[in-house]
Design a protein around this ligand. Structure first.
Ligand SMILES: [Zn+2]
Length: 215
């Protein structure tokens, strides 16, 4: 009996740890719905449970699909010392670096564009299940593109003697402090060029790597 109690005591935190690791992604997808314009918000509110719960599907797919992992990050330094030297378009980058390099060093800006196109296609065919699926995925990849440690080869602080900082920053800190975060971001803005915007995001995120490591 005592052994069973110990076992349960060990398993329970383990369970919460793995689910809490998904906390931030679910929060981001959930809150994004409330920024949508009036013509869209009705549909998305009906799907809010799906969009929230499935915010973490791309991370779950990493265990089953080896091609999934590079979709979540871009190790900028492994491409160029200056991010602006990386070709913006996927095919140009593919021609310059080769598929093996892309899969090893991440493709998040192009994954955002790809998921956006899938979402547009789902809207055109009025496939509500796919709209929810790709919208949930898109929220995930855009969320990842805002994580500084997803834009550097020092992704877990291993090069600066800070191993473990990745989970600490993206899981533990939001769990502890999200009640103090300011979630008011205003209304969603129409984006003319999603790929250009993806690069803008990644560039800004990458500029914050030093601050994350210093703090
Ligand atoms: Zn991810």
């Amino acid at each position: 009996m005592k052994r069973l109690t110990i076992l349960i005591a060990l398993i329970i935190p383990l369970f919460f740890c793995t689910s809490w690791g998904f906390f931030a992604h679910q929060r981001i997808n959930n809150l994004a719905i409330f920024t949508l314009p009036s013509g869209m918000i009705g549909f998305y509110k009906k799907g809010i449970k799906y969009i929230t719960e499935h915010a973490v599907d791309p991370d779950k797919r990493r265990y089953a699909d080896t091609l999934e992992a590079p979709r979540h990050y871009l190790d900028v330094e492994n491409y160029e010392s200056d991010i602006d030297s990386i070709p913006k378009k996927y095919n140009d980058a593919l021609a310059k670096y080769g598929l093996k390099h892309l899969n090893a060093n991440g493709i998040v800006p192009w994954q955002i564009q790809r998921t956006y196109y899938n979402l547009v296609k789902a809207f055109k065919t009025r496939d509500s299940i796919k709209i929810l699926k790709y919208a949930a995925d898109l929220g995930h990849y855009i969320g990842d593109a805002h994580v500084p440690l997803h834009t550097t080869n020092n992704h877990n602080g291993q090069l600066t003697n800070q191993a473990g900082i990745h989970a600490f920053w993206e899981s533990r800190l939001p769990e502890l402090f999200s009640t103090n975060y300011n979630f008011i971001v205003g209304k969603a803005q129409y984006i003319e060029n999603p790929l250009e915007e993806s690069w803008k995001i990644v560039k800004h995120t990458h500029s914050l790597v030093d601050s994350v490591l210093t703090f």
